[in-house]
Ligand binder design. Structure first.
Ligand code: ZN
Length: 411
């Protein structure tokens, strides 16, 4: 066994300072293990964690923490955790015996801060189960670290400058589990994620928002889909906010209608089979052979082609000057409702019913693009949380990726 090969190295990398010092480093080749022993000077005065007054040591407990592996050797930090008898706290009636805070670890943790910082960094890059395997700890312990830092960072987050919100749902699992995500669409960060997609998610968000210095009266706009639950929730919790229905969701309504027409029609017109994407994609993103196929189909007087034209025509709404938008929508609605295409008529009626929130885009110019672009990251988060077991775990990995939180950890 080698003795003290790295006392200076660990003193520097752990940031050990007086009265603490690295007493010895033991290196076991057989066990592939490094043990670092840290101690405090005899007669040291240590600061009270409550009032900061310094006192002599009252008693100690031997403790050990997992540290970052060094040269692929499992590395452990050992120290006597001291308690002090604080006279000023005793006089103030706060009791006397206090556990001293240690600079390399947070209270009750099994790991050093460096180890935890490493785990958090890994968890942003790979599934939690893979992190657990890589560092040789259980995934429960990895989740405990993630939850701790997410909770702590969120407790300090400040939402006082938020005025524009975007709300959307994301599927948590293959089944019917959904998570509602609320973002600040101006500062491009997720503020809140919670299980469910009912009106109560907006109520939950409002509570959390207020707890983080958010002012609900300052919310100018909320962008969301046309689900009655979100509409109801927003109207109830943010009555001053202007609801704007997200362009993407409005367009999707017509895309779905076109596809419904196509699926009904392909029973008689088999050439429509496997053409779903031709009709759904933005025409200028089609390849040349797709374009010519589409124009061949479009000349055949198909119902699908007619529905498609209505979809493309609707998309021109967003190009209109504000003062013509309402007239454009009225004209389109007339055309759509006289199309004799049942799915299109239904979509048109939904659009009519929500037209105030659709036209409010011409004032607010907000949409859910921020959440749509985040959605791919949320899907990646799902992958990173592979085997996440609970929706709470999934939510916990959304925040480090998209919440722009400050984890306050050594790097
Ligand atoms: Zn004290």
């Amino acid at each position: 066994m080698l003795r003290n090969p790295g006392v200076e190295l660990f003193t520097k990398t752990l940031g050990i300072a007086e009265p603490w010092f690295v007493r010895k480093v033991e290196f076991s080749h057989e066990n592939r293990r490094l043990d670092v022993y840290v101690d405090f000077r005899r007669g040291a005065k240590l600061a009270c964690p409550i009032c900061g007054a310094e006192s002599g040591v009252y008693d100690t407990t031997e403790r050990v923490w997992r540290h970052l592996d060094c040269f692929q050797y499992a590395t452990y930090l050992h120290a006597r955790q001291p308690r002090i008898w604080c006279h000023s706290c005793t006089r103030a009636g706060h009791g006397g015996v206090k556990t001293v805070a240690l600079p390399w670890v947070r209270p009750e943790a099994h790991f050093t801060l460096y180890f935890e910082a490493y785990v958090l960094a890994l968890a942003q890059e790979m599934p939690v189960l893979a992190v657990a395997r890589l560092v040789g700890e259980s995934d429960d312990r990895i989740w405990t670290i993630i939850h701790h830092y997410v909770d702590e960072a969120r407790s300090k987050a400040d939402f006082s400058d938020t005025t524009k919100l975007a709300v959307d749902e994301t599927a948590a699992t293959r089944g019917h589990n959904y998570v509602t995500v609320v973002a600040d669409s101006e500062h491009k960060k997720v503020l809140f994620a919670t299980p469910g997609r009912g009106a109560e998610t907006i109520t939950e968000f409002r509570k959390d928002f207020v707890a983080h210095n958010g002012n609900p009266d300052r919310i100018e706009t909320v962008s969301c889909d046309m689900s009655p639950a979100y509409i109801h929730g927003v109207q109830q919790e943010f009555p001053n906010a202007k609801l704007t229905f997200d362009k993407f969701h409005v367009s999707k309504l017509l895309g779905d209608a076109v596809d419904e027409v196509r699926r009904a029609e392909q029973k008689k017109q088999p050439e429509l089979k496997r053409t779903r994407y031709l009709w759904l994609m933005n025409p200028n993103r089609l390849k040349d052979e797709q374009k010519s196929w589409l124009s061949t189909l479009s000349r055949q007087n198909l119902k699908t082609a007619k529905a498609y034209q209505l979809r493309l025509n609707f998309a021109q709404l967003w190009e209109q000057p504000k003062e013509f938008a309402k007239a454009f929508l009225d004209k389109w609605y007339f055309w759509a409702t006289h199309s004799r295409l049942e799915p299109v008529i239904r979509a048109a009626k939904t659009i009519r019913k929500h037209q105030a929130g659709i036209l409010s885009w011409f004032d607010t110019h907000v949409n859910n693009a921020i959440l749509e672009s985040m959605n791919s990251l949320i899907q990646a988060a799902k992958h990173r949380a592979k085997g996440y077991r609970t929706t709470r775990n999934l939510i916990a990995v959304i925040y480090p990726l998209l919440g722009k939180l400050d984890f306050n950890l050594p790097t």
